[in-house]
Design a protein around this ligand. Structure first.
Ligand code: UDP
Length: 384
């Protein structure tokens, strides 16, 4: 066999790495593709322990910031560094995931270098450029640049069809985050070091980080959660705190104090999966956790006004509480006081995939790179 097709996967943030690892591992077994992993340095310090945990050595590691910089500074650095990195490896295709500044910049740079872009987790929308910010802008722009769109759900594919994308360029695959979750659960079950004892008391697991919540909305959420924790002392409230200084300082100022509140530094992925699995419920503004928790049958209260994960709301696994105290109190109290409601949410079907998204993406990539995609009538408009 001759030279393999080089496919560069770009990741900058924790969720991008988590969601690209299963695809990267799979492409290592691929007979015609050589994957090249490029880390952009966007969450440099946060990603280091994850690389060790996943046993992954990136092929390219751009030197990022150790302190949090503005989006403009991040953008400037990436526009300076990414063209060299991409040119040096001369990939046949660049893969970006999701909606970060790293993903957007990599898509722009690859397009300028005439390298086709494939987008993993394509077609998520709120159609509000301020929520989530800047993710909605990033993902809409990536969709205009990408040649190939791997959509987690049929709803995501419909969004892209409505925006005028050609059906032959859209594939419904499920979310690769579910692949990672199920693989990790499988490993944890086999690990004798991991007996995972039942928690002594039921707990809410909390994560908050969204940029559009920084400032007043975050303070409002934290005040509501603190009052709730003070009122419901039979429950624990466990929160791994995101390292962004805007989040960290607000959490330590407003949420620290009650005896049943435990603040933790960011937690390794495997341990976080264990924490999610055993939680009474998860309170979050995270995108990825809205997908993972339904696969674990754990109810999720979304601490945002809007979500692009509407499938989860419709399926009944996600409850959108908003950022105000009334919505948050109502949703949390319902979970505790109404067992039928709790059971309905935890048993609602997970719409985000069956753990085989990377496998499907791999099959499509083989066809795309060898030019078979457009010759294969069966595959042409098939969402599978
Ligand atoms: N996560 C983790 N440790 C933590 C918090 C989150 O491993 O302490 C994982 C979580 O399971 C999910 C991802 O990080 O896979 C979500 O990241 P985040 O909420 O930062 O980003 P988003 O999904 O909102 O883009």
């Amino acid at each position: 066999m001759g030279e393999k097709y080089r496919v560069m996967l770009c990741a900058g943030s924790r969720p991008e790495l988590i969601k690209l690892v299963p695809l990267y591992r799979l492409l290592h077994q691929n007979r015609i593709i050589r994957p090249v992993l490029c880390l952009t340095g966007q969450h440099q310090d946060l990603l280091q322990p994850f690389l060790a945990e996943f046993g992954i050595q990136p092929d390219v590691m751009l030197q990022g910031e150790t302190v949090h910089r503005s989006l403009e500074e991040l953008n400037r650095r990436l526009f300076r560094q990414l063209p060299h990195a991409i040119k040096r490896h001369a990939p046949h295709l660049v893969i970006v995931q999701g909606d970060t500044t790293s993903a957007l910049t990599a898509a722009v740079v690859a397009t300028r270098l005439s390298i086709p872009v494939a987008h993993v987790e394509a077609g998520l929308r709120t159609y509000d450029v301020n929520a989530p910010f800047p993710e909605e802008i990033n993902r809409q722009t990536i969709s205009t640049l990408a040649s190939w769109h791997f959509c987690p759900t049929e709803r995501n594919r419909q969004n892209l069809l409505n925006e005028g994308r050609h059906p032959a360029h859209l594939f419904v695959t499920g979310n690769t985050g579910i692949d990672m979750l199920l693989q990790t659960l499988g490993q944890r079950q086999k690990d004798p070091q991991n007996p995972d004892p039942a928690p002594p008391r039921p707990y809410f697991l909390i994560t908050l980080h969204r940029r559009e919540s920084h400032g007043y909305p975050l303070r409002r959420i934290l005040n509501a959660l603190r009052k709730f924790a003070e009122a419901w002392t039979d429950y624990d409230f466990i929160m791994p705190v995101h390292p962004n200084p805007a989040v960290k300082s607000a959490v330590h100022a407003l949420f620290q104090g009650p005896e049943n509140v435990r603040l933790l530094p960011p937690v390794a992925y495997g341990r976080f999966v264990g924490l999610m699995q055993k939680a009474f419920a998860i309170l979050t503004d995270s995108g990825g956790i809205q997908e993972e928790a339904p696969a674990l049958n754990v109810p999720v209260v979304v601490l945002r006004d809007k979500t692009e994960r509407q499938e989860g709301v419709q399926a009944g696994c996600l409850r959108l509480a908003g950022t105000g105290p009334n919505g948050i109190f109502t949703e949390l109290a319902l979970l505790i006081q109404n067992p039928d409601h709790y059971i309905r949410i935890s048993r609602a079907p997970n719409p985000y995939g069956d753990g085989r998204a990377s496998e499907r993406i791999g099959v499509h990539l083989n066809k795309i790179l060898t030019g078979q995609h457009f010759n294969d009538d069966k595959g042409l408009y098939n969402s599978e």
